[in-house]
Design a protein. Sequence first.
Length: 835
Amino acid sequence: MISSNTRGRSILTTCLLIGASLAKAQLPHPDLQTIFPQGGQAGQTVEVVIGGAELGETTGLLFSHPGIKCEQIPTESTEFTPAGHKALNYLISVAPDVAPGVYEVVAATRLGMTAPRAFAVSSFPERVHQVNHSPETAEEVPINTVINGHADAAAVDHYKVSLKQGQRVIIRCEAEIIDSRMDGTISIADSDGHEYKSDRDTSGRDPLLDFTAPRDDHYLIRVHDFTYAGGVHYPYRLIVTDAPHIDFIDPPAGPLGSTGKFKIYGRNLPGGSPGEGIRLGHEELESIEVEIPLNLGETLELQAGGIYPSLVPGMIWRLESNGRRSNPIRIGFSRFPIIKGNEGQEQAIQIPSEIHARFDTKGDLDQYRFEAKGGQPLWIECIASRIRAGSDSALWIDHVTVDAEGIERFKEIASNDDSGGNPGGLDFPFRTNDCSLLFTPPSDGSYRLRIHDYTGGGGPADFYRLIIHPGAPDYDLVATAWYAAPPKATKAISRYSALIRRGGTTLLRVFAIRRNGFKSSISLSVQGLPDGIDCPPVILPAGKESATLVLYGTEDVDNWQGFVRVVGTAGDTTRTARPGTISWSIGNRDTEFTRSRLSCQLPLSVTADEPAPLMIQPASDHYEITLGEKLEIPFKIEKSMGLKGDLVIAVHGLPHTKPPSVKLKQDAGEGKVEITFGSTAEFKAAPGLWTFSLRGESTIKHRHNLSSVERAQAEEARIIQLEKETQKEAEQSKSEIAPAQQALQEAEQNLAAASVDARETLEKLVSDKKLLFEEAQKFAAAAEQKVKRAAAARQKASEHLKRAHDVAKEKDRKHTTHSKLITVLVHPAPTDAPK
């Protein structure tokens, strides 16, 4: 077992301050910002310390892999404190059969579950780094060992590794993949200070070095953030290994359910041959051929890369050699006949098909010829940056005709670049540089497809999958917890988990990734909700990329924590949304990098212990009107705490340029909003079903965690009672000294006056009385010390109560809330009867 050291435990205070500063404008919610060390070895147990916001009453940690378990660390009872457990430290046990990879953990707290954070599992021994900010304090790193550390601001961590001449190792610094803010940079130098290599951003934002020792030596590895930033949000895992490392695989995909032959390119491959002369940068790669069964198993680990690459159907595979596993490589699943691309010449292809080729050289332009039927749509898609980040594919379609002289003529009739878009916008960004196109041939005939990498790059690892098939519209969904800040609010983005306070609401945002020309509407619903929680279905309109689900609870709900699913239905097609999250909170989305990624599960929490501060209750949640009419929606306001200033109620979810709103006084208990469902500059309505909510924005007078004050008061009262009892015991013990002393004196006097025959008996009596007197003094002294300890315990309890009062002290907080969903059915306007 390894234990988090002082440097690791120091994350707590800083993390709490960061969490508090980012949450000033919203109600407190739990956030697991750090867990250190952020990984463990399979078959071992590790002690971790967690940090973040609202974690003081955490009850446990839940992992996405059933083989990773959490135990609280018990604390023994004392004379004034009952037995309990450490508040922020836990023992994490990783079963021996848990495969190496990155999984997820959420913290279960008083308020609910947090958003997930990454937790890595390795097959290597693991350590926690020490203070190592100079070459003189460099830590020794054994080969095939994981060092858990975090970057410190304006500092460099130093490590040393002993290598023999010709020994080849891979040095990885994993940061982005474990949700770190660190933009890792590593370098290696010999004992004379000569630097051989440095790297950053080889695998996403994570660096990698391939190093072969030129001589026997102790080599120095330097690790730091690229901008020399640091702190608790900058953890990393440093691995120096001679295990296999895979750079890419050929082909990049194969049919699901088949066993395919693949060529692996990488370093330290078992029996690998470097004879092909394939290089990445200056490094020559080895290659081996393997057979891999392509099966759709349950994926429990997180996938490197962004949301778009993770949505490509496929599997994760690792190469194992001498008990050591390589880094993961993703193999795609192909649905259509595979054609191997011929580099350097135009190639005739059939439809449907999937072409496996690559941008071989800088400026490479590949060309394909196919026959198509006029008016029959084809979906053309390139998967390139989703295989290996860095490429930016673009495609063009030329209509091929033959003139009277028999000469082929080419006319460009369609093109595309970067078709994926960014459905999540600024708050949940995800995008792809891959191109795709729904192409409808204007006539029967021959067509040429040209494809090119706009970056001008090219190389042996720059594979692409070009897929052409008759259009079969489809879609993927991504769902995430959503905090609806006012449009003009700060540019900060906070990690959020779905939490419903008693009688309140929470939001889930759903993003649609439309494929193969899919434009239809999608009906969205939530499954797995507990009793007392409801969420009316929402229609994501045709052609739109996102919609918001409003979950609401009654006032008699019970506490509940669990995981839910968002399901979309369009015609006969049903898709379950993949959960999504962001890795960290940021202060300014315009200047700071935000990483959004897929998650394993979508947490939802219901707390009956805290009421929602503000509830908007519309008179009805269903209306029917005729196009062109004005709809009046009355509503009531219920408050569990006071407001400061006006309350603004606005329509949320309709495509108004300026949503209808009403401003109410802070003591108002009801109001109404009006919406014109017509064709105006503000809102162009049409017949059909419209869904929206009423959003309330206000400043509330919030008191946080009043129950902790009650518990602290009860604890202080208990300690005060114990102190009184202790003082009483001390007084009793002190009062027993004088009688014991008097009895001793009387025995001594009797002994002095006794005859020789009586002295033996009286001497024993004096000895006994002296012992009783000394014991009375000892008991009195011990009781006095216990009184002092009781006073210290009472002082500690009083200080804890003061902190609880400070936390619960009334504070002004900006607050945004939503009503439950309102549905309006708009009927077409009547037409004039014919005369």
